[in-house]
Structure formats: structure tokens, C-alpha cells
Design a protein around this ligand. Structure first.
Ligand code: HEC
Ligand code: HEC
Length: 302
């Protein structure tokens, strides 16, 4: 606060305080002229209501005096009187800085403790779980949803099933998070709508989902193009982020014919941002630990 504003605030505080004090003292003494019947002579409603005079009750006087003294005490001890810091030297900035330092120290302790643990071990630690969940909600839930089950509209995959596009070991998942991932499925609508439907039926046949047998048989030949990325039997390729097609988990929808046709026609391009500027290795491990603990299927396998 500049000196001018500091003095201005002091002036306002003193002015307000003085007016209040003056009114308070004056009200004790002032004599209001009254008529013989004890009223002031002011009448309303054609004389039905008449204004009389009462002294302030004692408790009101005592309470007001107490508040006034309290105000002076407060301004003496705490910031409030212009730029004067108060005798206790308290400030909200300092309080916040202390809180932040205390919290940092806490977290540093925990992180040192967690540094030597794998995500699987962290998954058994309730404190690591809480940190992982909080980090996930803050950074990831917007796309992957609060329960980590993914969002087909953004192409954000389910992170709590046993199915991983880019690899499901701790190191691969950490790379997905820290470096980001972008799968590019080219738009192949140029092969013609009929052939798209054929190949989509063939894709359905890979996982034994209901499909048109004749169209699937015709689509098998088209799948040669697809197998370059998705593998000869649709097993997927984690190096390219090409998902496994021979299963029942899907990123971009429920895996019905229309969704597969649309993906083939228009292509697909999910963008997973890189988090290394915001998350540390140990943050990442806490998140993976939380995901692991949420993934019932995975735990059953371990
Ligand atoms: C802007 C939306 C967005 C945010 C925010 C986001 N993700 Fe993703 N994430 C995606 C998309 C889209 C993909 C799929 C990328 C692809 O394969 O094309 C993905 C993929 C992943 C994968 C790979 C999954 C697999 O099957 O291999 C992991 C792991 C992952 N995200 C974890 C996270 C975590 C943890 C966070 C928070 C720190 C996060 N994501 C934040 C959109 C997002
Ligand atoms: C150049 C490599 C490449 C080729 C060729 C390719 N794909 Fe893909 N495909 C991908 C990638 C990468 C993704 C994941 C895109 C994403 O989610 O970001 C994908 C996603 C898909 C999906 C969505 C999967 C899901 O879980 O939602 C389907 C279905 C699919 N491809 C079918 C096909 C078919 C059918 C063909 C052949 C006609 C084909 N792809 C050709 C790379 C390819």
C-alpha cells in the first residue's frame, strides 16, 4: 500500500471511529424536549400513534463500549489501520506461505517414502491412493471421466480395464502419461461405402460379434490394408497405438457396425497430451497405482 492510501485509510478509520464515539457519548447526554405527557409531540395516524422518548438500555451501552474497545485492540494487534502491520506482525500472505511450506514438507516426506515403491506396492498404500486419485481428478478426469472409464466422444480410452492400446506395463503407461500419445487412423472412405461395410463386418467377425457372414467374407480381402497397422488377425500394435480389433473393448464407441464404419470412413485421431511439464515421476506412479487399484480385472490377474 502506498503512503498516500495508507494515510487515507487511517484518516477514514479515525473519522468513522470519532463520529461513532461522538454519537455514542452525545446520545448519553442529549436532552430531548418532551411535552407534559412524556411524548415528543410527534404524532401519526391522526394522533393514534405518539412518539415517546426512552433512554438506551444499559446492556446496549455496555456492549457498544465493549465493541469500541475491541475495535481499537484489533487495529493495534492486526493489520487494518492503513499500512500499519499490527503488533503481532500477522499477515495473510505469511500465513499462506507457512501453510504451503508445511504442506510441501509433508509431501516431500511422502514422496521420499514412495520413491522406492512400485505402482503395485503403492496400490496397497491408502495415502498414495488418495494422492493418485486427487491428481487423476485434477488432470485426467476431464477426458477419461471421473471413474477413468473413458470417453468415446474424445477417443479417450478406458484406463481401468485390462486392455491397453500402448502397452500395459508400468513403464509404458508412465510413458503414455508423461510423453503423451497420438494414434492416427487414416480416413479410408475412398475404398467405397460398400467395401467399408464389408470390412466392418469382417472386423466384427474377429471378436465373434454378430455380423453378416457373406459381407465379412468379402471384407477379408480389404483387411489387408488394415493389417499393416492392426496386425494380420486384428491383434493390434502398441508401437503405433493401433488398438486390438479382435476383442470387445472399443475406444470410439460400443463397437457396433455403424461406429466401425464411421471410424474407417472418417479415420480417428485421439490426442493424449504430454504431462511431464506438470507431473513428476512420482505423481505418475501414484496415478498408475490408483488406476491399478480401480481395475478389478487387473487385480484378479495379478
Ligand atoms: C485432453 C484429453 C485428455 C486428458 C486431459 C488426458 N488424456 Fe489420457 N488419453 C487421451 C486420449 C484421446 C488417449 C488416446 C490416445 C490415442 O491412442 O490416440 C489417451 C490415452 C491415455 C493412455 C494410454 C491408454 C492405453 O490404452 O494405452 C493413458 C495411460 C492415459 N491416457 C492416461 C492419462 C492420465 C493419467 C491423464 C492425466 C494425467 C490423462 N490421460 C489425461 C486424452 C486425454
Ligand atoms: C496407418 C495405420 C492404420 C491403418 C492402415 C488402419 N488403422 Fe484403424 N486405427 C489405427 C489407429 C492408430 C487407431 C487408433 C486411433 C485413435 O484412437 O486415436 C485405429 C482405430 C481403429 C478403430 C477404432 C477402434 C476402437 O477401439 O475404437 C477401428 C474400428 C479401426 N481402426 C479399423 C480399421 C480398419 C477396418 C482398417 C482398414 C480398412 C484400419 N483400421 C486401418 C491405425 C490404422
Amino acid at each position: 500500500m502506498s503512503t498516500f492510501w495508507s494515510l487515507w485509510v487511517m484518516f477514514l478509520v479515525v473519522l468513522n471511529g470519532s463520529i461513532t464515539l461522538f454519537l455514542f457519548m452525545w446520545a448519553q447526554k442529549v436532552e430531548i424536549p418532551v411535552l407534559e405527557d412524556g411524548t415528543t409531540g410527534h404524532v401519526w395516524a391522526h394522533g393514534v400513534l405518539r412518539e415517546s422518548v426512552r433512554r438506551l438500555p444499559g446492556w446496549w451501552t455496555v456492549a457498544s463500549a465493549a465493541f469500541f474497545i475491541w475495535m481499537c485492540g484489533y487495529l493495534l494487534m492486526f493489520p487494518g489501520f492503513g499500512g500499519f502491520q499490527g503488533l503481532r506482525g500477522w499477515s495473510s500472505h505469511q500465513e499462506l506461505a507457512l501453510d504451503v511450506a508445511r504442506n510441501d514438507a509433508n509431501i516431500a516426506d511422502l514422496q521420499a517414502q514412495f520413491a522406492s515403491l512400485t505402482p503395485a506396492q503403492l496400490a496397497a498404500n491408502p495415502e498414495a491412493q488418495q494422492i493418485g486419485e486427487r491428481l487423476f481428478i485434477d488432470n485426467c478426469a476431464a477426458c477419461h471421466q471421473r471413474d477413468a472409464r473413458g470417453n468415446p466422444r474424445l477417443g479417450a480410452p478406458n484406463l481401468v480395464d485390462a486392455d491397453w492400446i500402448w502397452g500395459g506395463d508400468d513403464a509404458s503407461i508412465a510413458t503414455s502419461i508423461l510423453e503423451g500419445r497420438q494414434g492416427v487412423m487414416p480416413a479410408l472412405g475412398s475404398i467405397g461405402a460398400g467395401k467399408v461395410t464389408d470390412v466392418a463386418n469382417y472386423v466384427l467377425s474377429l471378436s465373434g460379434a454378430p455380423h453378416d457372414g457373406a459381407r465379412a467374407a468379402a471384407g477379408a480381402a480389404e483387411f489387408v490394408v488394415c493389417s499393416a497397422c492392426h496386425g494380420a488377425n486384428g491383434e493390434g500394435n502398441p508401437m503405433l497405438g493401433a488398438p486390438r480389433l479382435a476383442d470387445s473393448t472399443w475406444t470410439w464407441g460400443k463397437g457396433d457396425l455403424a461406429m466401425i464404419e464411421k471410424t474407417v470412413t472418417d479415420g480417428a485421431h485421439g490426442v493424449m497430451p504430454a504431462w511431464k511439464a506438470r507431473l513428476t515421476e512420482s505423481d505418475t506412479r501414484a496415478i498408475i497405482a490408483w488406476l491399478r487399484s480401480q481395475s478389478q480385472e487387473r487385480l484378479a490377474r495379478l
